[in-house]
Unconditional design. Sequence first.
Length: 147
Amino acid sequence: MTPTTKIREILEAKGSEVFSIHPKATVYDAIAAMADKGVGALLVMEGERLAGIISERDYTRKVILKGRSSREALVEEIMTRDVVTASPDITVAEGMRLMTDHRIRHLPLVSGGKVMGVVSIGDLVKAIISEQEATIAHLTNYIAGSY
């Protein structure tokens, strides 16, 4: 990967499976699904339409800290409605900048109004580290004359 690597390439490598939940589901169901899938957020979908995103952060700040019951609260009551999305054709660097500027950890990728997948900040950091390791190995080989 290079600084101009498209996020689409990360999505192709990790897969485009999207974990989602309906807005009328309970927050408890959302947290259980996150735990089951080993993810920190779920897209909130109404059919094919992206209605929002619910994360562990939403749960801690809008349910636990407010003394609400996760078995009674609905996803639509605590989800983030104004979801920051991006095209799968942006670069990894652009994705990192977008996520950092908006202080988000999950970025839904949308093309033609359709959700194509989700990348996490961890996915992007992993891609950057992998590229840096490859560059270091290349430079080390160059300096050592092992071309």
